[in-house]
Design a protein around this ligand. Sequence first.
Ligand SMILES: Cc1cc2nc3c(=O)[nH]c(=O)nc-3n(C[C@H](O)[C@H](O)[C@H](O)COP(=O)(O)OP(=O)(O)OC[C@H]3O[C@@H](n4cnc5c(N)ncnc54)[C@H](O)[C@@H]3O)c2cc1C
Length: 398
Amino acid sequence: MKVACVGGGPAGLYLSILLKLRDPSHEITVHERNPEGSTYGWGVTYWRGLLDRLHLHDPESARALDENSVCWSDGIAHIGDRTARHTGDQGFGIGRHRLLEILAARARSLGVRLAYDDEITADRLPDADLVVAADGVRSALRTRHADHFGTEVTAGRNSYIWLGTTKVFDAFTFAFVETDHGWIWCYGYGYSAGHSTCVVECAPETWTGLGLDRADEAGGLALLEKLFAGVLDGHPLIGRSASDAGAPWLTFRTLTNRTWYRDNLVLVGDAAHTTHYSIGAGTTLALEDAIALADALREQPDLPRALARYERERKAALLSAQSAARHSAQWYENLPRYINLPPDRMFALLGQRHSPLLPYVPPQLYYRLDRAAGQLEALRRFKRWLGPKVARALASRG
Ligand SMILES: Cc1cc2nc3c(=O)[nH]c(=O)nc-3n(C[C@H](O)[C@H](O)[C@H](O)COP(=O)(O)OP(=O)(O)OC[C@H]3O[C@@H](n4cnc5c(N)ncnc54)[C@H](O)[C@@H]3O)c2cc1C
């Protein structure tokens, strides 16, 4: 089979690896518009479950990923001048540049053709049996047939910016800072020996009130460094690496598609769906799409059936992450509801922000119920039973 993957992000590269591993006779090209080694963003998070799945599918790239990731198990939240800590949830961080370097090297070693500086336009699709739109959230291939795909985009309310820093956080670190224009917050985590990711977010009125909408890049970063001086320990925030195009302030776009394929064109990763960055899942979901598509293509020789199976499986698998992402984004948009709780309670509810119940239960009561549920199996089961029902009822009303 001749396969063209448009986009050399995690989804396109990992799919090319899996297809080549399963059948070395496949002729596979990854077309990436940027030069090799150039990408946006900083480090991304993932959890143990992903590593386990990657080990099953390609132990070699999984090992490289593991070796190049950093790991943390503590969380710390600075809320104004108060602090709360939490121990126990192990997470991993890896730099996007490093991740793509690993996947590209593995793909190349298996015989995948990697074409960099090669932008594909929607009216000049490569000649292939299967064209994979792995071209990210602004996918030109998807946009060309937006009506067919049933694309829907919802913009979040808050402004955010994805930054790096040379401060290496040894715990997953949150800092919430009150200003004359409302709260602004960041969260940071290490992803290499010398760098961390630092995502900053605030409500639009805080963004304009602080002048971040008008500041140039250096002025904006200087202001953020001052606001977050308490966690940065004198380290700078970095807007752009040498090779990427810079870090703009954005509002997050949650994207869904009614269908994920059209003839021999199929959507994967961010081109098919996005989940709010605050749940740190987009890369994991992109890699899992690649696994599901490679499985479907191997087990179902008929292309339309394979694509239908892939779409069905992934849409179902995504429901809980999409719900978690929606509620997590809303939690931050409703920050005033939680910010004045005692710090340990505020931090505990930050950890519960994915819950569909939390927006409808007074926060203090939810906290007490959650504590009790942690101790009582029956209550825990009741909560698990009630949560999806409330979510479904609310979704059908909206
Ligand atoms: C602030 C922020 C923080 C995040 N943090 C995390 C995190 O902690 N954990 C996590 O799992 N996820 C995180 N994500 C999400 C994650 O970055 C994406 O979900 C993931 O990169 C999706 O992978 P992809 O391969 O689908 O798309 P992308 O990584 O976007 O790759 C698409 C590629 O296609 C190329 N391309 C586009 N158009 C064309 C064209 N016409 N021709 C050729 N090439 C083209 C692009 O240059 C790009 O290289 C975060 C996102 C944001 C915004």
